[in-house]
Write a protein that binds this ligand. Sequence first.
Ligand code: 3HC
Length: 286
Amino acid sequence: MAVTTIRSVGVVGCGLMGSGIAQTCVQAGYEVVVREVSEELLHKGLQRIYEAWEMLVSKGRVSREQAEEYRQRLRGTVALEELASCDLVIEAVVERMEEKLRLFTALDRLLKPEALIVSNTSSLSVTQMAAVTRRPQQVCGLHFFNPAPVMKLVEIVRPITASEETIETVRRFAESLGKTPVLARDTAGFIVNFLLIPYLLSAIRMLENGMASRDDIDTAMKLGCGYPMGPFTLLDYVGLDTTLWAAEAIYEEYKEPLYAPPPLLRRMVAAGLLGRKSGRGFYEYS
Ligand code: 3HC
């Protein structure tokens, strides 16, 4: 019997997405334990969350007492065992299937039998993750968008093995976070990345081919289509490595040239030019 009411939430990974997800869950009233692999990464991730709360206080969006109460409900750890009593665990580690499968196997052994496990993967197969557990009916995808505390959408990804009850519980959980859920089958890219990735890759190809400058392409899509960010600003924001992994996963599934990563993207990732998080991508950041 799976849990139908979520009270405590575990988040594995406190990077860009994991920290945003943990922040979102705390702000929605949950007790949250977030786990990172090292004290250094944990400190960095928690700092990002504390700074976001400081920003909300300085803007008068939340009171100092409220921010203090948020801090009380967030616990950081490097020990996966500390997630043992959670009703729901959200996996937000690096987009590598081996890592995810190792983690799902460990979580399945650790968590109570009724707990749910969801993955924030942007394009890897959630069915494959569910298959390494003894609770495949209690596993699905819950894909957030960057910045997680701000973006209203989440994609609920339904592997063929997930029960209706799990999907319903996760849908209610997503709504309790103030998000609007959409439901997608477990196919590479789900809804958003299936459409977004070819757009971003096309912008890179335009630049590679000298069809227009970086700035003009960004300006064109901002002012011509009303997008909040042009494609190169968005690429830097999402991370070039994350974009490359998503493109590779979708290309692997469909073999459509539309999803084949352009050489410039591969070279930039190889050079460590990952976007905002590394200080340089298509733009430079101080
Ligand atoms: N935590 C809490 N609040 C935050 C925040 C954070 N980390 N980051 C920004 N905000 C808040 C700000 O405080 C501000 O709130 P206010 O309006 O109440 O003052 C609001 O968000 C807007 O922020 P800013 O004024 O700083 O900046 P902008 O108005 O330029 O908006 C943006 C920033 C929301 C990031 C906007 O540019 C945007 O929507 N960009 C597109 C983002 C996008 O497309 N994301 C999806 C990427 S795809 C993805 O993630 C999938 C993956 O699988 C690849």
